[in-house]
Ligand binder design. Structure first.
Ligand SMILES: NC(=O)c1ccc[n+]([C@@H]2O[C@H](COP(=O)([O-])OP(=O)(O)OC[C@H]3O[C@@H](n4cnc5c(N)ncnc54)[C@H](OP(=O)(O)O)[C@@H]3O)[C@@H](O)[C@H]2O)c1
Length: 306
């Protein structure tokens, strides 16, 4: 089968080659991949694992071999799944508890965007308790995690403020249903019960100064690449506030499938949208550049076979 593999001698360090068929463990399902999404974290891994690594965590496709333990969907089922690696290929193994069936009206491309970004948004939103009627701030709202966080917070009944990097991102993020879209926190005295931050740097400091008493910041990334010069005094006004380091793979991976199924149904019901560029998988290297250069809003998704 064809699949992508890192190779320092290949153009941009990535080659599309004939690879061995995946070999499933008893708890794995084999999926014929029809679409996969890219994550910023994978761009870092491509650099860290330059020789012989097969990238790809977020996949959607059709089950071709059910798990030997009998716990996965049957062959022919359309699914979304969170693989460990190897998803930028024609076939991949995924642990059966990290797979969910998708409704007929949900495209493979939309479903493929869900695993890392959707699960991070959904589970980071849960870190601060119920958000019904609460004020939630989402930084990096135009990003992969951000687009899901804005919409899921609205589904959960929060008042959502979205923070974007510039005026060019406002309209697309407003269209996701954010109550307010800002390009900076200067000038607002509003305080937030829950803040999801994937940007880091100075933005995380600004966020801390806008945390409500008893509120929670779930810091899940630093897309800016900058460390945050945070001080205790930045939390003045946020008595008993919490700063939590959130890692999606440190949450219960055995229930990934349940949460993926929940979000796939939200897409099917028209309550969750997945903006972002769609490209043929032969353009994977160009898509990497697109993500690296911050040219896209939402999720970059590659499709196999149209
Ligand atoms: N802890 C976890 O489990 C976990 C899970 C998923 C992701 N992550 C991490 O979380 C971060 C975000 O992931 P993602 O997939 O959402 O990335 P992404 O799709 O690239 O989105 C990044 C977002 O951050 C914004 N941004 C980047 N640099 C910025 C800056 N200097 N100032 C203001 N905004 C800036 C981008 O704005 P533009 O629209 O202008 O580009 C975009 O909205 C990454 O660091 C990723 O590695 C962690």
């Amino acid at each position: 089968m064809l699949g992508h593999i890192t190779d320092p001698k290949a153009e941009a360090g990535l080659a599309l080659r004939d690879l061995p068929e995946p070999s499933p463990s008893p708890g794995d399902v084999v999926v014929a991949v029809r679409a996969y999404a890219m994550n910023r974290g994978e761009l870092n891994l491509l650099r860290q694992r330059p020789d012989g690594w097969t990238p790809g965590q977020d996949v959607a496709g059709v089950v071709v071999q059910t798990a030997a333990d009998g716990k996965s969907p049957q062959p022919g089922t359309r699914v979304v799944g969170a693989a460990d690696q190897g998803g930028w290929s024609e076939r991949v193994v995924v642990p059966s508890h990290r797979v969910a069936a998708i409704p007929d009206n949900v495209s493979f491309a939309d479903a493929a965007a869900l695993p890392v970004a959707g699960l991070t948004a959904l589970r980071a939103l849960r870190t601060g308790g119920p958000v019904l009627g609460r004020r939630v701030l989402i930084t990096g709202a135009s990003g992969g995690v951000g687009i899901f966080a804005v919409q899921l917070a609205r589904v959960a009944g929060a008042h959502v403020t979205a923070l974007v990097s510039g005026a060019h991102r406002i309209e697309e993020v407003r269209a996701l249903g954010a109550d307010a879209v800002l390009t900076g926190l200067e000038g607002t005295t509003e305080r937030f019960d829950l803040i999801l931050d994937g940007v880091g740097g100075k933005l995380l400091v600004d966020a801390a100064t806008h945390l409500a008493p008893g509120g929670t910041i779930a810091a899940y990334g630093m897309a800016s690449g900058e460390k945050s010069p945070l001080a205790f005094t930045d939390f003045r006004g946020a008595t008993n506030g919490k700063l939590t380091a959130f890692f999606v793979y440190a949450t219960d991976v055995t229930t990934f499938g349940e949460d993926l199924g929940f979000m796939a149904k939200l897409i099917g019901a028209g309550r969750l949208r997945v903006p972002g560029p769609r490209r043929d998988w032969k353009e994977t290297r160009q898509a990497i550049d697109q993500l690296r250069q911050r040219q896209a809003t939402g999720k970059v998704v590659l499709t196999i076979g149209g």
